[in-house]
Design a protein around this ligand. Structure first.
Ligand SMILES: [Zn+2]
Length: 218
């Protein structure tokens, strides 16, 4: 998930520090909607999979999240089809958290609407209504079982990421009108990209042709 905020100077400095950290551990390529990985449910992590290999993947997921400026990232978003997500709701990026096999045990009846973004939907921002509080059980980065009451941004991130683990996205939590608008925005952005790609290749061709004729003139 991404936040809908303009970065200030301190946030930019923090992002640079995170970039340095990220480059050391390696970043994974992001799956962009409508990639199939974002439409398939992830499998639970088995007890025998709780080991160094999982720790390495989780580290790379955190790096990828920091590198791309996200506050949450789920396995399927990097093609890792296991029930794992990472998050950092701290504005300075100093509170990395890992959730293995997370389950929402309880959700508050109070609903809250807030703008969300998603690393798998570049540029898209949409208001999504979700329970304000949730109780989540999970296994943490030290492979210990945990049960947390979550509210605010943490509750929102957890619900957004668990949705990814179920093969869904925030599109599924939008009202039909919001979803229709979001899909129109995605199509529009894609068309713009295609036109931009085409015009830049036309430009490149023109530059090449100009250089050739210049050479000929000489
Ligand atoms: Zn997302």
């Amino acid at each position: 998930m991404t936040e809908n905020k303009d970065p200030n100077e301190a946030a930019i400095a923090d992002r640079v520090a995170r970039l340095v950290r990220a480059e050391r551990t390696g970043v994974l390529p992001l799956r962009i909607w409508p990639d199939e990985a974002l439409k398939s449910a992830a499998a639970p992590v088995n007890a025998e999979e709780l080991g160094d290999q999982l720790k390495a993947i989780v580290d790379r997921m955190l790096s990828t999240m920091y590198m791309t400026g996200g506050v949450g990232l789920a396995g399927p978003q990097v093609g890792y089809m296991k029930r794992v997500f990472v998050m950092d709701s701290d504005p300075r990026g100093r509170k990395p958290r890992v959730f293995i096999n997370p389950v929402i045990d309880k959700a508050s009846p109070v609903m809250l609407s807030q703008i969300e973004g998603c690393l798998s939907f570049p540029g898209l921002r949409q208001s999504v209504q979700r329970p304000a509080q949730v109780i989540v059980t999970y296994i943490d980065e030290n492979f210990q079982a945990q049960r947390d009451v979550m509210a605010g941004l943490e509750a929102r991130i957890a619900q957004h990421e668990i949705e990814h683990l179920d093969g869904k996205t925030f599109l599924d939590s939008m009202t039909p009108n919001q979803r229709a608008y979001a899909l129109r925005e995605i199509t529009r952005a894609r068309k713009k990209d295609a036109v931009r790609g085409r015009s830049s290749s036309i430009k490149k061709e023109a530059v090449k042709a100009a250089k050739k004729s210049q050479r000929r003139r000489r």
